[in-house]
Design a protein around this ligand. Structure first.
Ligand SMILES: Cc1ncc(COP(=O)(O)O)c(C=O)c1O
Length: 381
């Protein structure tokens, strides 16, 4: 029998290509840490925090062990806890809502805009009402810059100011993106990001950071990340965590940050090619005027029921796809008992049935991408 050879799988995210570009610089940076052996909060951590805050034009960056911990640190530092409501979108990664529960508060879900996939500002009033009706105090809101695109920060800020809410931007996917020439990191009271390897700015393990202009919040988070330390590590003034970014990861990230602007450009070139090539067969992502995305994902929408056939047709041609997210959080077993905005979550439910993401990274060569565009077009036409 003649078995037809399967084409080699294209990587969905090609970490090895970046590794080839940065190999010697990263190896040298890691070797410096191996030589001085200050593996926890070594000099590379402080240096990277300064580079990170300068990169987004903010005053302080506090690194920690993951993007999830970054959100927890900020909520804890702001005093969010039992009896408080944390408003967040339902169409996001679970960590956005999980952190509310981790600090003892209650997530309250809001719908997203069907075009940007980001929090629908019009739904926030309904979430505040639902929170109050459940006997909760609305305390914080977590907009998410989903798939790399900044949320509607000015309108979120206007609602939050009126309601006296703490705004914590979840920029785990959008870090590096711009909103009218301002980089994410300076919207809201604090911005959290993740350095999970697949993120636009990722390290070689877990890592995260909170960026803020508020010195008191930054001091509080530096204390909480080391067991609530006071004047020294055996002076414990509050309950905290063990959540530091490893020195080795900070050394890796310093090298990666140097090429990050160039990689953002490259990701945008890839996104433009997809949009040109696929605009007539699918709903391609829209980037509102004045915003730039870092394209954590390139996500198209298809009529319900069509994406499984597309994924299967691409898979046999060695082209991987992914679904972010197949179930909105308010429908997940762990979250379905929490309150939802009075205005409902219809868009989150619809998007969960319609989205599919294509390979996206800064090193996707034109030829490979042409193959993907061709295969998607053939499958959908
Ligand atoms: C939107 C969002 N928030 C939070 C996180 C949590 O980040 P981490 O995996 O570093 O804890 C992620 C990443 O997976 C994410 O995509």
């Amino acid at each position: 029998m003649n078995a037809r050879p399967q084409p080699a799988m294209i990587p969905f995210i090609d970490l090895a290509a970046q590794r080839r570009r940065l190999g010697p610089a990263v190896d040298a940076a890691v070797s410096r840490v191996l030589a001085h052996c200050q593996f926890i909060l070594g000099p590379e951590v402080r240096a990277f925090e300064e580079e990170l805050s300068a990169f987004c034009g903010a005053k302080h960056a506090v690194t920690c062990a993951s993007g999830t911990d970054a959100l927890v640190l900020a909520l804890r530092a702001f005093g969010v806890g039992p009896g408080d409501a944390v408003i967040c979108p339902s169409f996001t990664f679970c960590a956005t809502a999980e952190v509310a529960v981790l600090v003892g508060a209650t997530p309250v879900f809001v719908d997203v805009d069907p075009v940007t996939f980001n929090i629908d500002v019009k739904g926030i009033a309904g979430a505040i009402e639902a929170a109050k009706q459940a006997g909760l105090t609305p305390k914080a809101i977590i907009p998410v810059d989903l798939f790399g695109l900044p949320a509607d920060h000015p309108h979120v800020a206007a609602v939050a100011d009126a309601e006296n809410l703490f705004v914590l931007d979840d920029a785990a996917q959008g870090f590096g993106a711009m909103h009218h020439n301002r980089r994410l990191g300076t919207f809201g009271h604090a911005t959290a990001t993740s350095f999970f390897p697949a993120k636009p700015l990722g390290c070689y393990g877990d890592g995260g950071a909170v960026i803020t202009d508020d010195a008191n919040l930054a001091d509080m988070m530096r204390s909480i990340r080391v067991h609530g330390q006071g004047s020294d590590k055996y002076d414990n003034v509050r309950i905290g965590l063990a959540s530091r970014l490893d020195t080795i990861q900070a050394a890796v990230l310093s090298e990666k940050l140097k090429i990050f602007p160039d990689e953002i450009e490259a990701r945008n070139a890839v996104a433009r090619r997809y949009t040109r090539g696929l605009g007539d067969v699918a709903i391609v992502p829209a980037v509102p005027e004045g915003l730039t995305s870092v394209w954590a994902q390139y996500t198209i929408r298809l009529a319900p029921g069509r994406r499984d056939a597309l994924a299967a047709a691409l898979r046999v041609q060695g082209i991987p796809t992914a679904i972010y997210y197949p179930i909105p959080l308010h429908k997940q077993g762990a979250y379905r008992t929490y309150p939802v905005s009075r205005s409902g979550l219809a868009n989150s439910e619809r998007l969960a049935d319609e989205v599919i993401s294509l390979p996206m990274h800064a090193y996707l060569e034109e030829e490979t991408q042409a193959r993907i565009i061709d295969a998607v077009g053939t499958a959908l036409r």
